[in-house]
Design a protein around this ligand. Structure first.
Ligand code: ADP
Ligand code: MG
Length: 266
């Protein structure tokens, strides 16, 4: 397998800050690999993911995707956020086709195919506001896939959903990513989510944000959650996480809960 994403000793210090938020992140992700990045709130996961997406440039080092340096966003590496942010004045189908329309390549057939892929063919003409949270997230997924990205970047995309919707979407996104041979990097603070979706889990510690370890998830897909193997993998990840990250608290967790909530919502 070829390398898809390489981070070349990325460090990052935000303007006005004395200490780095990220330090020496040196990661290689193979094409078609599904990687989860776990760590406590505030350790720098979103910052790193934004760099993979080309939304933020590191102060040191660089990101390469298929050997090309990432300096800006591209339709070849798409990011999906926690909030689906669909346009309420457009139909579901038009929301899915948005990236294609922007690129001057309207393609109703591809939109129809994507709606079928995420199980929403019957909702093509609907207003996104009439859909459930899980369905809206499926529309956002279809939109992210429209331009045939090689890399899909997910930043805690299911954390606003109820438990049942969340696990069915985790399975669906995994299936689609595997079928389409996408390279996927998913940020999460949910150990179950990492075990349910990833081939490999990178463990991140805070202050400065750095990768302190990784474990391979030795499970076949689709993943069966109610099996001893799944429980064993979850235990193994939990143990590694505790050993490597331990009881450290991050700046975000030390804030007043109300403040931290506001920052998160911002
Ligand atoms: N634009 C910014 N300017 C200054 N500090 C920032 C900025 N964005 C994030 N940070 C800080 O960087 C750290 C990591 O944030 P983030 O990547 O959002 O963490 P995570 O996604 O793991 O919760 C936090 O301490 C946060 O306050
Ligand atoms: Mg985050």
């Amino acid at each position: 397998m070829t390398d898809s994403i390489r981070t070349d000793f990325i460090s990052h210090t935000f303007k006005g800050q004395r200490s780095p938020t990220l330090l020496d992140i040196d990661v290689t992700i193979r094409a078609g690999e599904q990687v989860a990045l776990i760590g406590r709130s505030g350790c720098g996961k979103s910052t790193l993911l934004h760099m993979l997406a080309g939304l933020l440039l590191p102060t040191e080092g660089c990101v390469r995707i298929h050997g090309r340096q990432v300096t800006r966003p591209s339709e070849k590496w798409n990011m999906m956020f926690q909030k689906p942010s669909l346009y309420p004045w457009m139909s579901v189908a038009d929301n899915v086709g948005l990236g294609l329309a922007f690129a001057g390549r309207k393609d109703p057939q591809r939109v129809a195919y994507l709606l079928e892929l995420v199980g929403l063919s019957e909702k093509a003409a609907a207003n996104p506001q009439s859909l459930s949270g899980g369905q809206q997230q499926r529309v956002a997924l279809a939109r992210s896939l429209a331009t045939s990205p090689e890399v899909l970047l997910l930043d805690e995309p299911f954390s606003a959903l109820d438990a049942f919707t969340r696990s069915s979407l985790q399975d669906e996104v995994s299936r689609i990513a595997r079928e389409q041979n996408l390279t996927m990097v998913m940020v999460t603070h949910d150990i179950d989510e990492a075990v349910a979706m990833a081939d490999r889990v990178l463990i991140m510690a805070a202050n400065p944000g750095r990768i302190v370890g990784e474990i391979q998830v030795e499970l076949t897909s689709p993943r069966q959650r109610a099996t001893p193997e799944f429980s064993r993998q979850r235990e193994a990840l939990m143990t590694s996480f505790e050993q490597l990250v331990g009881g450290e608290t991050t700046a975000a967790e030390e804030e007043e809960p109300e403040q931290a909530g506001k920052r998160k919502a911002a």
